[in-house]
Design a binder for this molecule. Structure first.
Ligand code: KG4
Ligand code: ZN
Length: 346
């Protein structure tokens, strides 16, 4: 292929059908169809509903992306698709579509990692990484601290239980907030006092840090928060929503940013990238900006609409794989619901 490759990115790991076209690290167009409204009344994602929604959305979303970018399928140089992690039935829809396209077009297929894609997407906004970067990927399903060095990815730590977004969604449910609750808690928190309630910060004591320097745990925080809500309800008191949300968010943002900045120092990295749906959280963004600035670190955070699931992150991962000369995937790859965070291409 002459010049920068035109990569079609397809994302179907959860409840968003995302399709994007990128020429090198320049994003041409990005379309997202979400089935989130269909899951809201169940208070969480229903896998069968998600797969069916992907099946209905995938064709029109690809057509809309090609039309908006003014390109034809025959111009595509490579097809990138999420191979994992995610819901098997949902992943299968994107994979089957991508394989059919790659086969029909006779172009390479890259089955890429969704978690790493959440960090790589920032290259479409702020240009290619110019050296190794420390990536904090936080979403409804993941909280991982990765070192991305070209095609090589190392995992320094991850959550031992709930992901950051998951903890927000679960506490939101106890509070009676709509699903997903992350953005609602964020909004409430902006009017609250983050020091009002002293919530626990797991794995930050000295003996824990020795064993889990870069791991996270949010289930203890979630339980403490749920108990507080129940105690208030039992006593007939209203939960001070703004202060509660601000203190809860502060506890999560504090641990995430403290461990990220400590990892950057320990591994001599000067660039921090934060991605994933939870990177939309304003407390996390503010705290990361302040702590990275104080530590002399360059902070890269994708634009808000590229933090939640989208096709651009998968197109970016495909371009990254091509630029760093990784081999394409075989047409026999399967959906890998628990794909290792260290593996960019299946
Ligand atoms: O990356 P994403 O779209 O899907 C997964 O791969 O999980 O992330 C969705 C998650 C949900 O848990 C949602 O509540 C959370 O991101 N989220 C937020 C905010 N916006 C989205 N959490 C806290 N504050 C936000 N502003
Ligand atoms: Zn995601």
């Amino acid at each position: 292929m002459a010049g920068d490759p035109l990569v079609l990115g397809i994302e179907t790991s959860c409840d968003e059908t995302g399709v994007a076209l990128a020429r090198g690290f320049e994003l041409l167009h990005d379309t997202v169809a979400s089935s989130v409204a269909e899951h809201a009344r169940f208070g969480g994602i229903v896998p069968e509903v998600a797969s069916r929604a992907h099946l209905e959305a995938i064709g029109p979303t690809i057509a809309a992306t090609l039309a908006a970018a003014g390109t034809a399928l025959k111009d595509v140089d490579a097809v990138a698709v999420t191979a994992g992690p995610g819901l098997v039935g949902s992943l299968a829809v994107g994979l089957a579509t991508a394989k059919a396209l790659a086969l029909a077009l006779d172009k390479p297929l890259y089955g890429v990692n969704h978690v790493i894609g959440h960090a790589l997407v920032d290259q479409l906004a702020s240009g290619p990484f110019d050296g190794p970067a420390l990536a904090l990927v936080v979403s409804g399903g993941h909280s991982s601290l990765l070192v991305i060095d070209g095609a090589e990815v190392r995992e320094l730590g991850q959550t031992l239980d709930d992901a950051a977004g998951e903890a927000f969604d679960k506490i939101g449910r106890v509070l009676g907030l709509p699903y997903p609750a992350g953005p609602h808690i964020d909004r409430l928190a902006r009017a609250g006092d983050p020091t009002a309630i002293a919530f626990p910060r797991a794995l930050t004591r000295r003996q824990d840090l020795e064993r889990h320097p870069y791991d996270f745990s949010f289930s203890g925080l979630k339980t403490a928060a749920a108990r507080l809500i129940e105690a208030a309800q039992d006593a007939g008191r209203a939960v001070p929503l703004n202060d509660f949300a601000a203190s809860f968010s502060e506890a999560v943002a504090d641990v995430l940013t403290a461990k990220t900045v400590a990892a950057a120092a320990a591994f001599g990295l000067d660039t921090v990238v934060i991605g994933g749906g939870f990177a939309a959280n304003s407390q996390l963004r503010d705290k990361a900006a302040a702590r990275c600035a104080a530590a002399g670190l360059r902070l890269r955070v994708p634009p808000l609409e590229r933090c939640t699931d989208n096709g651009a992150m998968i197109a970016a991962a495909g371009v990254h794989a091509i630029v760093h000369r990784l081999s394409p995937s075989g047409l026999d790859i399967g959906a890998d619901s628990s794909m290792a965070s260290t593996r960019l291409v299946a």
